[in-house]
Design a protein around this ligand. Structure first.
Ligand code: DX5
Ligand code: ZN
Length: 224
């Protein structure tokens, strides 16, 4: 099942509750929440209190993407705040297998993320302890960047490994997704597409969400 995940990084934070409610009415089931610490990436965003408020405001699945240096310390805090699933960067984890198992034991789905410069092979030994895999299609830190096409090659490699090994993890892509490149993204084997500026930097975010979902569903129908 393909899902479009609006990334709240590009939302109007002064009207966040309202914008999320409108997306939920349009059928949004998953929200992407970017956490940045100013160290792992050159930007600062939100912390656990925002996730706690979001948890009260929506029934959507909260997909928390940790772009921080000490994910072991903070993943449990975000789970306690209401994150349903938490992804950590391979590049930020000294003991990746341990961190993924810890996230599961804290009661959330565990995702693993790779940056554009990191090969898929780095994940070979954790694919069976990850509930989903996130391929960055921009260098993390900011919304509104251009899609890096090599991400699609990595998605295909992951989809092939998933099939070979009889695994089920969804593949997520994050960064630069637009109405225009969505068909190619779905074709490559992605199930979850994060979209920030192509939803929130439009005059009508719920309509942009619905249009992206329709394009994704049409592309899935031909994928098989
Ligand atoms: C980038 C973040 C993304 C960002 C995507 O570091 O991880 O989730 O919000 O935004 P767009 O869709 O505008 O590239
Ligand atoms: Zn993200």
């Amino acid at each position: 099942m393909v899902e479009i995940l609006p990334s709240i990084l590009s939302a109007n934070f002064a009207r966040l509750g309202e914008q999320i409610a409108a997306l939920e009415t349009a059928g949004c089931r998953m929200l992407h929440v970017d956490v940045m610490d100013g160290h792992f990436v050159p930007n600062l965003t939100i912390g656990p209190p925002v996730v706690e408020s979001l948890r009260k405001a929506t029934r959507a699945i909260l997909d928390v993407h940790l772009m921080i240096e000490d994910p072991d310390k903070y993943a449990p805090v975000f789970i306690a705040a209401g994150a349903d699933q938490v992804s950590v960067h391979q590049e930020a984890c000294k003991h990746l297998d341990r961190t993924l198992r810890m996230i599961r034991s804290e009661g959330a789905k565990a995702g693993v993320v790779i940056n554009p410069g990191t090969p898929v092979a780095m994940l070979d030994d954790v694919l069976d302890v990850a509930d989903y895999v996130l391929v960055m299609s921009v260098n993390p830190g900011f919304g509104g960047q251009q899609f890096i096409p090599n991400a699609l090659r990595k998605v295909r490699q992951l989809a092939a490994r998933r099939k070979e090994r009889g695994l089920q993890f969804p593949i997520e892509i994050d960064g630069g997704a637009t109405k225009e490149n969505l068909g190619k993204i779905i074709d490559a084997g992605v199930e979850w597409v994060v979209a920030g500026s192509s939803i929130f930097h439009t005059v009508n975010p719920p309509a942009a969400f619905e249009e992206m979902r329709r394009i994704a569903h049409d592309a899935t129908a031909v994928r098989v």
